[in-house]
Design a protein around this ligand. Structure first.
Ligand code: PLP
Length: 367
């Protein structure tokens, strides 16, 4: 007898948390008993573990992914009058970080096959005011760091990468996190490595940059009540750090389960999915397909209980926040992706049967 057709949630955070509930509760209880909540041993332990995992000399835990980007730019000396080249096709936080430093985000269009920033477009966006390149490892696969680092070297620019969607991803066999001047991470609950609230980190091999980051996140201070920099308050707290240490222990398994679902999608959906690069691994934070009738496909799937999302429906340059930043046809690929991309359900909770249900529904739509 056939089971009733079940829906497929986009991402089941309750299931992920429930799977690790005992470990998480023990970690949180340890912090509660310690009475130490900010800048303590749990943060140091997680910072050491994450730095080791991504092969970087330093990890500095901060309050969110956005703050990780802001503080990395700030620590690198980016400020008013500077331009930072960012992808036109990304989550708006990448642009907002530049704006919050007082610098100007300058968009570069995407490669239509992968959705990643196009290095030729980055090269074309560089001006005498450009100080930094800020690529994004979008959807879980790495941007072309080889070409972007060459551009940064040629023009004397800082290279900071936004790895909010790429926990565990590799670029030419090396983990993202110690490859650029600084790497910004988000531990927002829905990311591949997610906390139980907001959290972020910057990893870097640069001792001086790490020292500035440690001060900037803590009122510009390294010694209590002595303030060398006009910093801020953005710290990864002990409860989140303890939870992240637990979740980090399961990152490989969670990414492997995502890969299984992604392989199933790829085997069945032909050329609908965005392409994979030749230079990096994909950790499938999102599984994105492209179709000219995206809205109809999304409605069709919703009618069968399959929850999908769009990453992202309005590119930053078309947001009111960036009115005048180029609403014209400057980024035709980003504009087309915003109309045509659709993110299918993916996560460690999904089963092969769930993936097949999604594929059956997509195939029914394609006819
Ligand atoms: C999630 C995300 C961010 C922001 O992270 P928060 O922790 O939510 O501040 C930045 N960039 C990208 C690409 C993201 O996906």
């Amino acid at each position: 007898m056939a089971a009733p057709a079940a829906g497929v949630p986009f991402l089941d955070l309750r299931a992920i948390t429930a799977e690790h509930a005992a470990e998480l509760q023990a970690a949180l209880a340890r912090v509660l008993a310690s009475g130490h909540f900010i800048l303590g041993p749990e943060l140091e332990r997680f910072e050491r573990a994450w730095a080791a995992r991504v092969d970087a000399r330093h990890c500095v835990g901060v309050g969110s992914g956005l703050d990780a980007l802001v503080l990395a730019l700030w620590a690198a000396g980016i400020g008013p009058g500077d331009e930072v080249v960012v992808p036109a096709h990304t989550f708006v936080a990448t642009w907002l970080a530049v704006t919050r430093c007082g610098a100007t985000p300058v968009g570069a269009d995407a490669d239509p096959t992968t959705g990643l920033v196009d290095p030729d477009a980055v090269a074309a966006a560089i001006t005498p005011r450009t100080r930094a390149l800020l690529p994004v490892h979008l959807y879980g696969q790495t941007a072309d760091l080889t070409r972007l680092q060459a551009l940064a070297d040629r023009h004397g620019l800082v290279l900071i990468d936004d790895a909010a969607q790429a926990h565990g991803a590799e670029h030419r066999g090396r983990p993202v996190g110690g490859l650029a001047d600084a790497t910004a991470w988000s531990f927002y609950p829905g990311k591949n490595l997610g906390a139980l609230g907001d959290g972020g980190a910057v990893t870097t091999d640069d001792d001086a940059l790490a020292g500035r980051l440690r001060m900037l996140r803590n009122y510009g201070s390294r010694e209590k009540y002595v303030h060398e920099l006009a910093g801020t308050n953005s710290r990864l707290d002990e409860l989140q750090a303890a939870a992240l240490t637990v979740k980090l222990g399961h990152l490989e398994t969670a990414n492997a389960r995502r890969a299984t679902v992604a392989a199933r999608y790829r085997a069945r959906l032909g050329d609908l999915p965005l392409a994979q690069t030749t230079w990096g691994t994909h950790v499938h934070h999102l599984f994105v397909v492209r179709h000219p009738a995206r809205d109809a496909l999304q409605a069709h799937l919703a009618g069968r209980g399959i929850q999908t999302l769009v990453h992202y429906p309005i590119p930053p340059h078309r947001q009111a926040a960036y009115a005048g930043a180029g609403g014209g046809p400057r980024f035709p690929v980003a504009d087309a992706l915003a109309r045509e991309v659709l993110s299918l359900p993916i996560g460690p909770h999904l089963t092969a049967a769930d993936a097949d249900r999604v594929c059956d529904a997509v195939e029914a739509f394609l006819g």
